[in-house]
Structure formats: structure tokens, C-alpha cells
Design a protein around this ligand. Sequence first.
Ligand SMILES: [Zn+2]
Ligand SMILES: [Zn+2]
Length: 246
Amino acid sequence: MAKELIHTIIYEYSYIWLYGLTFLYFFFLYFGIAPIFEKACLWLESKKVVHRILKKEATKRQKNVEKLHALKSIFVFGFSVLPVVYCIRTNTIVLLPDTFLNIILGVALLTIWNEIHFFVIHRIMHIPFFMKHVHKVHHKSIIPTVYSVYSFHWFEALLLSTVPITLLPFIPFSPVAVFLYPLASILLNYSGHCNYRFGTGKGTGWKLFGTRHNAHHSEFRKNYGFASNILDQLNHKISRLRQSKK
Ligand SMILES: [Zn+2]
Ligand SMILES: [Zn+2]
């Protein structure tokens, strides 16, 4: 039943329908889940499980501006399904069966690719020209909120929406993995923008996860990676090596 539905959607739905469904999916991921995530953070704070990073709260006006930019991003994200389905229909993208393992590995692989892809795009966005004309929209959120996650200039949203199409033609994935990847991605993004963290923010490892991207917003710290700082460390090492050779 589910298998037939997935097959019908991929091979028979018109591109207009596919755009509409994708738009609605991203709309739900943002407007449906963000308020729940925010409430969950407040509840976990009351139980002293998580702690607020910046004491100052974002204004209602900031959240409204973020929602408006996010709506534009969602409009752009809707288009991301079109090249993917086109490539599947023309056999440029090969699909795997939706087994449990294929789904888990697929989401994990797309999330790792997203980290590399985000690092590169984010580094480009910090070139003065793009910072001034494009990335400044995302950095308007000095105190990040769950609503900052899709608050981008449309051009940045377009670049960020190319994660699946830049990987799928080279590695086969299961359709459900591709479908679940934006959910995994937005949950990671909520964690990195919600202004809450586990513990005191000291030490190393996964507990620092929420703090790095938060600091990138509040202190303009040069953390270009999102979930991990591996690529940032690698970048520092390469630039240090280059400088020592001069
Ligand atoms: Zn940035
Ligand atoms: Zn951000």
C-alpha cells in the first residue's frame, strides 16, 4: 500500500502537485514543529534538564520577521523536489528499496553530507559581498530562536536546498530516507538555534552542540560548521600550515 503510494507520487504526480506537497511538508516542519520544540525547551528548563544560553529573550517582532523570511525560504524549498524527481524519472538517480537499514543509513549519510555542504555554503556566505547582500538576513537573529532555522535570504535558501540533488545522482538512496532527511535536518537545526543547551556549556563533545551555532549568531564567532566542529578545526589547521609556509 505505502510502496504503491510512493511509486505513484514519484512516477505519476505532476510537477505542480509535487511542488505543492513539498511546500506543505516544509511548511509543517517549520510552523507545525517549531512551537512544540519551543514549548518542550521551556518544560525541560523548568525541570532543569536544559539551560538557557543567552538570558535576554528574542522579541516578538524578531520572531515575526523570522517567520516572514522563513515563508520565502519554504517557497524556495518547494522547488528542490523537482530536479530530484526529474532525475529519478530519467534514470539519473537510482532508488533503493525502503528497508529499515537503507532508511537509517540514508538519513545518516544525507545528514553528514549536509554538514559538509553547509560548511562550504556558510563559508562562502561569510565573504564580505555575500555577508552584506545575502547572509545578513540570517544574522539578524542575534539571539537565535527556533524560528531562525529557515530565516534566510531567498538566495541562501536556494543554495542550501541543493543538498539532495548534489548527492543522489552519485549514491543510491531509498525514497523514505530522502523524505525523512528534512525532518532530521530541522530537528538538528532547532537544537542549534533554540538558545538552550545541556549543562553549563563547558567541556567538549556533544554537550557543546547547541552552543557553537548560538555563539556564531550572538558573538559572530567563526564557527562555520553546524553540528560538528571537525571541519572548522581542519580549516584552522590548513590555514595555519599555509601561514607557516609563507
Ligand atoms: Zn553565519
Ligand atoms: Zn543559524
